[in-house]
Design a binder for this molecule. Structure first.
Ligand SMILES: *Cc1c(COP(=O)(O)O)cnc(C)c1O
Length: 348
């Protein structure tokens, strides 16, 4: 049976979190001489002399309106990469515990594991990029704390079968992290609605992809209240800066713009698939639920280098297991996609 107390690190269980100046008073105040800030202001048109809200109250309120998840079930991080790192630091004892990753997948799970001196056990996806449930079951031992599933998956673009993820959620005694960085482009439903069903589920989303705010570094984790409490305890007190909180809040009122960009991206994705199929160096294009496509080619390195020489950068994934010969292409604007396709016409 999953129980957070069985997987939490002892030092985190016993941790007294940093208490910030603003945490220690309650009520209204107008004179703040408690945090050693510059009381005169900032040498800018906008004022950033005060520390930001450690728990991002306004931003979470807006996220609640959009996602239907109460603030107590939301963690906001300096990108979802920060949430990944905090999960390692909260639940994995360095040199002792392990996690399971299912390559080919997002590279940060392995890097975060390495930084935290935590073993990442690799259970390759199947040939059709789905979970190898038997392999995962064999890899799990009493020190396995986290399983990372990326759906839609980066770099393959497909969604992971929902029933398989639910099998893990129902049977694994640690946390199952479902990374939904690309969910806005997907035909599949989010796992957010399963939060009430599974206490060991963590759903990651980000404002870096569909929301167009990669430069602001804002990512979210949705999970049970007890998991969110731990993450808030472990995070740096002011992990999301004031400019990012304000701008993210403003951006989140422009849903119509985002939805129309998503629609356009899907149209352009279909167009790229249709037109790329005609090139004889294209062997296969994998079905995508994301804003990129994985394309199997006859000579990935040569195509990649040719495009670089023409000022077009795509991602060469040909050295990745199960992605031999593959290039990952992000869907661009109509003009960018035209440039890509026209440039490829001249590839010899
Ligand atoms: C891009 C991406 C992220 C984004 O991380 P941020 O730190 O929020 O920018 C997370 N997971 C996956 C799978 C990604 O591809």
């Amino acid at each position: 049976m999953y129980n957070i107390n069985n997987i939490l690190r002892e030092n985190i269980k016993n941790l007294t979190p940093y208490s910030s100046a603003r945490d220690e008073y309650q009520g209204e105040a107008s004179v703040f001489l408690d945090a050693n800030e510059n009381a005169f202001g900032s040498p800018l048109n906008q004022q950033f002399n005060r520390y930001p809200d450690p728990l991002q109250y306004q931003l979470k309120k807006r996220i609640t309106e959009i996602k239907g998840v109460p603030p107590r079930n939301i963690f906001v991080g300096n990108g979802s990469d920060e949430a990944i790192d905090i999960l390692f630091r909260s639940f994995c004892n360095p040199g002792v515990d392990n996690v399971i990753i299912v390559p080919p997948t997002y590279g940060m799970y392995q890097v975060s594991a390495n930084i935290n001196d935590v073993e990442a056990r690799k259970v390759l996806l199947t040939e059709d990029y789905q979970l190898n449930l038997e392999g995962i079951a064999e890899a799990i031992d009493e020190h396995t704390k986290l399983i990372f599933i990326c759906s839609p998956n980066n770099p393959t673009g497909n969604s992971i079968n929902r029933a398989d993820v639910e099998t893990l959620l129902a049977n694994f005694n640690g946390l199952v992290i479902v990374d939904e960085a690309y969910i806005n482009f997907s035909r599949q439903k989010t796992f957010i609605q399963e939060l009430t069903e599974y206490a060991n589920l963590v759903v990651l989303q980000t404002l870096s992809k569909a929301w167009g705010l990669a430069g602001l570094r804002v990512g979210m984790a949705f999970a049970s209240e007890e998991i969110i409490e731990v993450m808030n305890k472990v995070k740096p007190p002011y992990n999301v800066n004031e400019a990012s909180q304000q701008l993210a809040l403003e951006a989140l009122s422009n849903i119509d713009q985002i939805n129309s960009w998503i629609k356009e991206t899907l149209t352009q994705r279909d167009r790229l698939v249709l037109e790329l199929k005609n090139f004889d160096f294209v062997l296969d294009i994998y079905p995508s639920d994301a804003n990129f496509i994985l394309v199997k080619t006859t000579d990935a390195n040569k195509i990649y280098n040719y495009l670089v020489s023409k000022g077009i950068i795509i991602r060469n994934r040909s050295k990745v297991e199960l992605c031999e010969g593959c290039l990952r292409i992000t869907v661009g604007t109509p003009d960018e996609n035209t440039t890509l396709l026209q440039t490829l016409q001249n590839f010899k």
